[in-house]
Every structure is written in structure tokens, then in C-alpha cells.
Design a protein around this ligand. Structure first.
Ligand code: DGL
Length: 280
């Protein structure tokens, strides 16, 4: 496998051979939890007539501290669920899952996949100080993929990787600006500022929900960049112009449906109904 991850036994032989990509078929989106709703927000703006199925793998969140093999296994399970729901296209709205699974998914399932990558290229282009910080999960920070991205797109720019354990969990419980969240943000952002970073990349889809607190800590001279909009543009290109649903959103979670409705609804800015992800 091109990712360098050994193929999990349970994923072997899982190749799904048919999927109907009709114009009215929904677009599947998944994340380790609620963070992908920040991507879905952009997706919906780009494709207002599409129908969506969102899977929050909150029962297995955070992915950041897990082995890539375990994340790949989760990505396969969710992909199979989305294909069974006739998803015409799947957005991996999770940087960690993209690192662990995108190449494998593309090679083994009959669907197009759009993945997430920290926005290193626009950040490097926007920096005047020549120093950028990448706030991300541990798994994404140590991935080969990010190293290659930096090599290709940030020549001459100092790129500081900042793993941020704990931030995903704060978003999952809906603590977007409490004492604990602010303390973690300060702990991760301050060293980047001290090193001269003038652009910070939000390299995890949960972090756009912390944008206000991160921006406050970073100050007005520092720009924050995330990948949601670029992913939405790419998804719209792949989906084509014929998308013809009613803008419906169906949500599933491997965690608590009550929490997804309460916290997810708050993040989404409107009530959402969450169902249990079957057979997870
Ligand atoms: N939203 C996921 C990402 O973009 C968080 C991963 C995690 O659960 O650690 O990477």
C-alpha cells in the first residue's frame, strides 16, 4: 500500500464493486467527530442543492493519538456505510484520516474521494516574516504527507509544526472558549508567535471552531488559514453542475446521538438530528 501502512486484515477483501453516482445521490462527509462540520459549512455554501450524509466517528475520537492502521480500519467501515447509502462522492473531512487512509480508499473503493491537507501552500505565500505555524494533531504533524507538502510548497519559509493534543476533545464537548480551552490555545500558539510566525494554519478540521479564541491569542497581525473553502471548491468541481438534491442533511455518529445533537447543533448553528451509525 502506498501509504506505507500495513493493510489491516479486516479491510482486506472489502472492495466494494458497485456504486451508482446519480445526480440526486448524496455526498458523504466524515470526520473523527464534529470537526468536519466546519468543512460541511463550506461545502454547503459551494453546493447548496446537494444532499449530505455526515458521519461523526465520535465513538473513536480523537484519531490523533491512534495508530494509522486503526484509523484506516475506521475509514473503511465508514466508507462502506456511505457507499451503501449511495454516496456519489466522499469527502474525508479529517486531516488525520486523510494521512492514514486517503490513498488506500482511492485504490480500493469505487468512489472519488476528496481529502484534507493543512493549507501550507497559501500560508507560505501569505507570510511576510518567512515563518508560519501549523496547528495540527500529532498524527498529521508526524506524517510523511505534511513533510512532502512543506518540501514542495514552502521552500525558503520556516514551517513550525505544533501538535495540539487536547484541542479536539475541547471542541467535542462544546467548550470553545472556556478556561481550559484558552489555556491550551495559549500553550500552543505562544511559542509560534515568539518564533515570529505571522500566519497560522488550522491543520485540523476541529480548529475553525476555535478560530475566535486562536485569533484573540494570536493578535491582529497574524493571519489564520484553513482548508475548508479549497476543499469545497474541489468537491464542487468533482460533483459537477448537475447536483440536484433538496439540500437535505442526514447525520450519523458512532458516539452519543444526544451529544451530537446538542454540541453538533451548536457548532452547526441549527438543530440537527443524529442517528446511531449502524454496525460500527
Ligand atoms: N478533525 C480531525 C482532523 O482534521 C481531528 C483528528 C483527531 O480526531 O485527532 O485531523
Amino acid at each position: 500500500m502506498a501509504t506505507g501502512i500495513s493493510e489491516p486484515e479486516a479491510a482486506a477483501g472489502r472492495r466494494v464493486t458497485s456504486s451508482a453516482a446519480h445526480d440526486d445521490a448524496p455526498i458523504g462527509v466524515f470526520d473523527s467527530g464534529l470537526g468536519g462540520l466546519s468543512v460541511l459549512r463550506e461545502l454547503r455554501r459551494a453546493l447548496p442543492r446537494a444532499d449530505w450524509i455526515y458521519v461523526a466517528d465520535s465513538g473513536y475520537c480523537p484519531y490523533g493519538g491512534r495508530e494509522p492502521k486503526a484509523i484506516l480500519e475506521r475509514a473503511c467501515t465508514i466508507t462502506e456505510f456511505l457507499l451503501a447509502q449511495r454516496a456519489r462522492l466522499i469527502v474525508v473531512a479529517c486531516n488525520a484520516a486523510t494521512v492514514a487512509a486517503a490513498e488506500y480508499l482511492r485504490a480500493n473503493y469505487p468512489s472519488a474521494f476528496v481529502g484534507m491537507e493543512p493549507a501550507v501552500k497559501p500560508a507560505a505565500a501569505a507570510s511576510r516574516s518567512g515563518v508560519i505555524g501549523v496547528l495540527t494533531t500529532t498524527l498529521t504533524a508526524r506524517g510523511e504527507r505534511l513533510r512532502r507538502l512543506v518540501e514542495r510548497h514552502a521552500a525558503g519559509v520556516r514551517v513550525l509544526m505544533q501538535p495540539c493534543p487536547g484541542l479536539v476533545e475541547q471542541v467535542e464537548i462544546g467548550d470553545l472558549d472556556g478556561v481550559q480551552t484558552r489555556a491550551l490555545v495559549a500553550q500552543y500558539v505562544d511559542p509560534l508567535l515568539a518564533a515570529g510566525a505571522d500566519v497560522l494554519v488550522l491543520g485540523c478540521t476541529h480548529y475553525p471552531f476555535l478560530r475566535r479564541v486562536i485569533a484573540e491569542r494570536a493578535g491582529s497581525g497574524v493571519r489564520l488559514i484553513d482548508t475548508g473553502e479549497a476543499v469545497a471548491r474541489r468537491t464542487a468541481e468533482l460533483a459537477g453542475v448537475q447536483v440536484s438534491g433538496g439540500g437535505e442533511l442526514r447525520c450519523f455518529t458512532s458516539g452519543s446521538t444526544e451529544i451530537m445533537q446538542r454540541v453538533g447543533g451548536r457548532l452547526w448553528g441549527a438543530p440537527i438530528h443524529a442517528a446511531a451509525l449502524p454496525h460500527h
